[in-house]
Write a protein that binds this ligand. Structure first.
Ligand code: PLP
Length: 406
């Protein structure tokens, strides 16, 4: 069982701290104001799972349910929409504060901008956010998906009018292909990860994700609660870094302990933290995991700097940990609310549930410093975005816990 969990401890007291200026509360106010101007905006629920916390032996457990985000079943649109908003603001020489949704989608702005084509690579959620934003703006989007992507996710992107295709390449190869096409054709690459020389748009995307963290922060603050532990799942690490950076900025010296969780088939951030040699470490090949949103092999350069400075723990876990989390959230204890959480959304709750209840994981529980005084915050970043797989896992029981796990 323990080999299902691999852990790296990061002594952040020894790290030179990356700047949090781009993820501070002022930015949070701007992004929240921007997203709140959308007709489809409503704050997503921060669900307190009282009974589950009690059962697991925690003081508190909160899960932010992003399946309600803009009716798109995932948090990702926060990033793409804010980045496109910023891109347009820059192009028009205006401040994003002067470009609320209504202005952004107006014919007058469209006339000023002319025809634009946004291009991206996606496992599904990010591409849907970009396609949706382009649709609202009456602009074009081209979306590529890696080999093995769910047909259903492709169709959902096409339904927003985007040109979308599944390519015979893995995620990182797809990103390079999209970027090359963008350069050749003058398209605007809206990618949710950064690399050397491509940092402005991914920074805006990370800032867009801060809305999700800020909503949770404000809700908890109103109740006088500060989380002691935040668990964040990572693909390229943009979301994890945005949330970790924002909380580290607002909580300062009383910041929670951050644990970054990845599938063991795509654990590029875990490997980078483990090697700790100043280089990013990649995972190549198909990265065959049920956590499609986390199947990325190359850490975001900006994100890694934040995580290295502020995240204490890195975990690499097996697919059935995510399946367990989906079942726990979808089948709550009496008195708790149900959360429909997909593979990439549920893995962090899966970790917390298993670590708190399994004798074999006692060592990990201690390493994560979890006990009866802990107040845990997780983000369920997607709902059942792969409808069939969700049912196969939650109803039909595929990816069961291994024998001896219980
Ligand atoms: C549902 C979901 N959760 C988490 C992530 C991870 O985000 P990042 O790639 O920024 O680490 C993704 C990325 O696509 C996702 O789709």
């Amino acid at each position: 069982m323990t080999e299902k969990y691999q852990l790296v401890k990061n002594d952040i007291t020894k790290r030179e701290k990356a700047s949090l200026d781009f993820l501070n509360e002022d930015i949070a106010k701007t992004t929240l104001k921007f997203h709140s101007s959308f007709e489809q905006y409503s704050e997503t629920p921060l669900v307190e799972l009282k009974e589950l916390a009690n059962y697991l032996g925690l003081k508190g457990l909160y899960v932010k349910d992003e399946s309600y985000r803009f009716g798109l079943n995932a948090f990702k649109v926060l990033g793409g929409s804010f980045a496109i908003g910023q891109f347009i603001a820059k192009k028009l020489g205006r401040n994003i504060d002067q470009l609320p949704y209504k202005t952004l989608i107006s014919d007058e702005v469209k006339k000023e901008l002319g025809e634009l084509t946004f291009i991206t690579t996606t496992d599904g959620n990010h591409g849907r956010g970009v396609a949706w934003t382009a649709e609202q703006l009456k602009q074009k989007a081209i979306v590529f998906m890696p080999k093995g992507s769910a047909q259903e996710r492709l169709e959902r992107i096409r339904a927003h009018g985007a040109t979308a295709e599944i390519l015979d390449m893995n995620y990182d190869e797809c990103v390079r292909y999209s970027n090359q096409l963008a350069e050749e054709k003058g398209y605007i690459m809206v990618q949710d990860t950064a690399w050397e020389g491509y940092e402005e748009i991914p920074t805006w995307i990370m800032q867009g994700y801060v809305t999700m963290a800020y909503e949770a922060y404000l809700k908890l603050k109103a109740k006088g609660i500060k989380p002691t532990h935040v668990f964040l799942q990572a693909g390229v690490g943009s979301m994890a870094a945005a949330v970790c950076g924002f909380f580290s900025s607002v909580y300062k010296d009383e910041k929670p302990i951050f644990t970054i969780v990845e599938p063991n088939k795509a654990d590029c951030i875990f490997r980078t933290a483990k090697a700790d040699d100043g280089k990013r470490h990649f995972v190549t090949g198909d990265m065959d995991t049920i956590m499609a949103g986390l199947a990325c092999g190359e850490p975001n350069t900006i994100g890694w700097e934040i995580l290295k400075s502020y995240a204490e723990r890195f975990l690499s876990v097996a697919d059935d940990v995510a399946a367990h989390g989906m079942r726990v959230l979808g089948n709550p204890l009496r008195g708790d609310e149900r959360i429909i959480s997909g593979e990439s959304g549920a893995v962090t709750t899966g970790v917390v549930s298993q670590v708190m209840t399994r004798d074999q994981l006692k060592g990990i529980k201690e390493d994560l410093m979890l006990d009866e005084n802990s107040v845990v915050l997780c983000f369920s970043t997607e709902g059942d975005t792969d409808f069939k797989n969700y049912r196969d896992i939650v109803w039909n029981g595929i990816y069961p816990n291994s024998k001896g796990d219980m």
